[in-house]
Design a protein around this ligand. Sequence first.
Ligand code: MRU
Length: 353
Amino acid sequence: MILPHPSPLSQAHYSAAELSLDDTTLLLLDQRRLPVEETYVEIRDVGAAAEAIRELVVRGAPAIGVAAGYAMVLAAREAASAVDFAQALEPAARLLVDARPTAVNLRWAVDRMRSLARELGRASAAERRERFAAEARAIHRADVEANRTLGRLGAERVPDGATVLTHCNAGALATGGYGTALGVIRAAIEAGKQIRVLADETRPVLQGARLTAWELARDGIPVTVITDSMAGARFAAGRIDLVVVGADRIARNGDVANKIGTYGVACLARMHDRPFYVAAPFSTVDLETPTGAAIPIEERRSSEVTHAGAVQHVPAGVAVWNPSFDVTPARLVTAIFTERGAADPAESIACQG
Ligand code: MRU
């Protein structure tokens, strides 16, 4: 299905999240159906938005943040005439923040809408609606802009002819548009470099195989999908030049929470003396969280591991552990690219705050 929006802020032919021009509908590309079907879901209330975030219709920390901003617009439309506007929005804000615990952009976007609600205490219902829609669109625009800036910065460290390993999907689909890790790759290509991408399939939800491969293939960027267990053999064969991944939350000391399996990739990169880069907008940096040990790690349902679609491949009743993220310690990270610069995490990302 063609993106049902005439002027998407993603600046692409597809978008993870957009707000309709009349501000009534959040449009989400249903990422559960990719790569087979390109379908947009129309969301008209905050309950449906929280459900869509929980169920991975929209996923990827910055895209979740953008979607949450738009979900607060839907909530604000309902609460616009409340005497205590900020208080009236609290149930919606809490519902959204609780939908996924690790991706800090979600809380960051909701907090930004909360503080706007406090500013609008004496405003008319019409002004509240308008300002909420403008603020959520500003969050979206700023995310795309941040990705282009951090992409350019990161691309300086990508040599011409490089083969780049990435894990999960940190592309346009995981953000407002352009992408973080894939933004670095896109910017390197725009700078005229020849780049090949290796995409880990990313068990158990296969964001690499389904989503990274989909968007890179669509843009004509050469991509090869490997299962997660094949990365070690490619490093050993000297066929990977560097790694770039996104992040769901970066602690004050530079520890990075990202999709489960990222820590293993970072260990392999260190073992084989290859740079391991992290690309994320500054909204992913959580200065209130001192180290990775304090980052809440979401555990998801066991069926993500036991089943592939309707097919069961683990015996019924067998125990399963399904953490959605792991933490890569700062000492394994060569540099973190944000729109504020390239930080050596050992010196601490906090200097950019
Ligand atoms: O569970 P998801 O798909 O929301 O997780 C997303 C990730 O972990 C990605 O790797 C990404 O780097 C963070 S968002 C750019």
